[in-house]
Every structure is written in C-alpha cells, then in structure tokens.
Design a protein around this ligand. Sequence first.
Ligand code: ATP
Ligand code: PRP
Length: 295
Amino acid sequence: MDLFADLSDRLLFAVPKKGRLHERCLQLLEGADVQFRRNHRHDIALVHNLPVALVFLPAADIAKFVGEGNVHLGITGRDIVEETEQSDKVEQALALGFGKCKLSVQAPARGPQAVHQVEDLVGKRVVTSFTQLSSKYFAELDQRPTEIKYVGGSVEAACALGLADCIVDLVESGETMRAAGLHAIANVLNTEAILIRNPRVRDNSVAQKLIARIEGVITAQRYVLCNYNCLRSRLPAASKITPGRTAPTISTLEDDNHVAVSSMVLKSEVANIMDRLKEIGATDILVFNINNCRV
Ligand SMILES: Nc1ncnc2c1ncn2[C@@H]1O[C@H](COP(=O)(O)OP(=O)(O)OP(=O)(O)O)[C@@H](O)[C@H]1O
Ligand SMILES: O=P(O)(O)OC[C@H]1O[C@H](OP(=O)(O)OP(=O)(O)O)[C@H](O)[C@@H]1O
C-alpha cells in the first residue's frame, strides 16, 4: 500500500488515540457509519465507505494539526484549542456534549499551606500542563509575575511534593483533587469535546457530510421521541409542553375529540415533561429512544 498516494484525495480526520476522549470518539464514528480497520500500531486508518482517512493522534496535538491545515477535521477538548492558541485558526463545527470538565486553580485545602483566595497566589508558584492559559489567567488577575511551571501529568502531586503553592488542572468529579488534599478556588475555563475544522478545507462536501452525521448521532443521544394522545381542546397547552424542534406532529384519531401528538424532547427533561402532560390530561404517553437522526 502506498500510504502517501492513498491519503492524497482523502479528507484527514484526527481522533484522540488514547485517554478520556478516545472511546467516545469511536462510538461517534460507529454511529456515523464511518467504517475502518485500524491495523496494530498504525495511527492512520483508511475509511472503507467514505473518502476519509482517520489519523489517531494525542488529543493535545490535534488543535495544532487542524489549525495548521495538516489535517482537515479533528476532535479534541476546547481546553486544548485555547491552550495551543488555535481558536482563531480553527472553526468549531460542533460541541459534542462529552469530555465536560473545568480547568481550575486548586490549592491545599488544610494545613499551613492552605490557600482560600486566588489573589493570595499572585507571585507564588503554579504547576500545570496548561501554561498558556495559566499565564494569561494570572496576568489578568495581577500585574506582578507569578511563576508558572510545566509538568506533563500527575499535576495534583505538585503541592504535596513542595513543587508548587497551587496547581491549574482539569476537574470533573473532583475525586482526584480531594484525594490530593486540594480544593478549587477559581475557575479558569469550562471545557468539553468539540469537533473542529480547518476553515480552508478544499472539499467541503465530505466535511459537511461527516459533520451532519456526527450532529445526527449527538442529537439522537440527547433527544427521545414522546408520543401521546390528548383532547383536541388541550392541544395549545400540550404544544407548549412539547413544542418539538420545529413543531409537534399532530395526527387525527378516529375519535374526533382526540389527537395523537409526536414530538422530540430532551432526554434530560423527559420525566418532568411526562408529569406535565399527565396534568393536562394526556394519556398513553410513550417514550422511544432515537437510534439516529438528521436535523
Ligand atoms: N477528568 C476529565 N473529565 C472529562 N474530560 C476530561 C478529563 N480529563 C481530561 N478531559 C478531556 O480530555 C482531554 C484529553 O485528556 P486526557 O488526559 O485524556 O489526554 P491524554 O493525556 O492524551 O491521555 P492520558 O491521560 O491517558 O495519557 C482533555 O484535554 C480534556 O478536554
Ligand atoms: O475530577 P476527576 O473526575 O477526578 O478528574 C480529574 C482528573 O482527570 C484528569 O487526569 P487523568 O485521569 O486523565 O490522568 P492524567 O493526570 O494522567 O492526565 C485530570 O488531569 C485530573 O487529574
């Protein structure tokens, strides 16, 4: 196989090769019917059913590759796009709804090293993998210089080891931070996984098709289909509860007094919506998962 020749006509799509985002990205690709086989130790996989090649890269490098145009599309964290200063060079095509966490300033919670206000850290020692974002954050807080040191992982150990007065790191559940005796004292950034695109992509149709498919998978995960019957006279109230993405679908029933309603509703709100439908006299309320969709 001549890999270089095989890549020349394909859209290059970068996907995290490991870490927190990897598995969720593989699920998205499967949902979008992107078919490929990744050979052992190969970081490039040709897609069988689309003119696309997947490039498996560390999440931390993907924003730069997309920004500089080496690959056309990519999935990474918003934190990485900001940290590598690519936000002006890439377009955010979609927010993907996973990999949600916060980049925060964390300091010892108890003992002689305890810090409770971020202002008390000005001029002190910060350890982080996010040196750009941390430098910007502390420079905006105060003009006096704060020392920012890079470490590549296990950042949370830096305070206990005497390397730092605080760290700037990602927090999701807060478990890692609590286990290290730290607490969050300021938020630097909210982040989640995003699909990014180089704005100069030549063949936009393949990129558009992939983006629409991935958007369909994400939407299908966020919504369910809610079907119910109600009195025709209650339709205005029912439509307010389930307005749908565009409008609810209304079907007539043999009984002229009643209608059947079908509407997409957010999965996170479905229990509340069913309660409210019941209150206005709706019956036979059924909820279905959506396998896939285009919106
Ligand atoms: N605890 C977390 N919860 C949710 N998302 C996270 C969390 N940690 C990291 N992320 C997201 O995943 C991205 C990649 O981080 P991750 O630590 O998985 O990468 P990695 O360094 O390539 O993997 P590994 O840590 O396995 O070496 C981060 O930039 C962030 O956007
Ligand atoms: O709030 P939590 O749910 O505990 O998650 C936060 C932890 O997750 C990330 O690290 P990861 O586990 O990916 O390992 P790393 O330190 O090697 O990057 C991050 O750097 C924190 O250490």
